[in-house]
Design a protein around this ligand. Structure first.
Ligand code: BEZ
Length: 251
């Protein structure tokens, strides 16, 4: 999938705003060697740098990395696959915010992170958890099916694991999970009744492969109508995000 890094920065800056509290969970100590995987356009990588860490960022998207390099030229950013990366020197911590739900190969991520850490190093992350944007996904599926787009309706765009599932994978790899939480976080959408359409354009385009622009416009309107009773609170629209956060230590 191709990312629009400008739209991401302009309309979806809440991703890094909410991520700030994940940075707190990371509890950076000055001088630590930290890797931010799925760093997007680098805002949180930069925050981690400002806390005194020697930080690098990676992302699967070349567009995101180009933007990150442009915004933060003193940070080392590289294109890499979170499910199959290797590092030259082991890190004190690996961090990730709002990225790992794009990677279906969770075992590959967890193995790569484990091997990238020093013994005692930590993996601190937040991602979409089980049930994340459940109403949005159900509405997309319903509308695609109603219009005969059965294959598109079955598209598995994201991986949203339960706490038990992801903790088990971490433990199987040899991590000790010292903290894990699966919680609701209603997330504001910008631009009122256009918010769902903009969110889908940015993140959910894969569902509409092979659907013409004109039809897509109509389907997205129907999806918005289905969501309105749940998402529109007096003109402010919210998506039903559910987050999974954890700290796992390499033993
Ligand atoms: C999330 O942060 O939960 C998310 C973002 C984009 C697409 C899907 C989920």
């Amino acid at each position: 999938m191709k990312w629009n890094a400008d739209l991401y920065d302009d309309k979806h800056s809440f991703v890094s705003q909410f991520g700030a509290s994940v940075v707190e969970l990371l509890n950076v100590k000055p001088g630590e060697h930290i890797l931010d995987i799925g760093c997007g356009t680098g805002d949180l990588t930069h925050q981690i740098q400002q806390l005194g860490a020697d930080v690098s960022g990676t992302d699967y998207s070349a567009e995101m990395i180009a933007q990150a390099r442009f915004k933060y030229p003193t940070i080392n950013f590289e294109v890499a696959d979170a499910a199959s990366f290797t590092v030259e020197y082991p890190y004190d911590a690996v961090f990730s915010n709002a990225a790992l739900h794009w990677v279906h190969n969770a075992g590959g991520v967890i193995k790569s992170v484990y091997e990238a850490l020093k013994p005692g190093g930590r993996f601190v992350a937040e991602m979409g958890g089980k049930g994340n944007i459940g109403r949005l996904r159900a509405a997309i599926k319903q509308v695609l099916q109603q219009h005969g787009y059965h294959q598109q309706a079955e598209t598995q765009v994201w991986y949203f694991p339960s706490l038990g599932e992801y903790s088990s994978l971490l433990e199987r790899q040899g991590f000790r999970v010292t903290f894990a939480s699966h919680f609701d976080r209603k997330t504001p959408l910008q631009d009122g009744n256009q918010g769902v359409a903009k969110w889908i354009k940015m993140f959910g385009a894969q569902y509409f492969t092979g659907v013409s622009d004109a039809v897509q416009l109509q389907l997205v309107q129907e999806i918005t109508d289905l969501l309105e009773p749940h998402y529109n609170e007096n003109g402010q629209w919210y998506a039903d995000y559910k987050r999974l956060r954890f700290i796992a230590i390499k033993e």
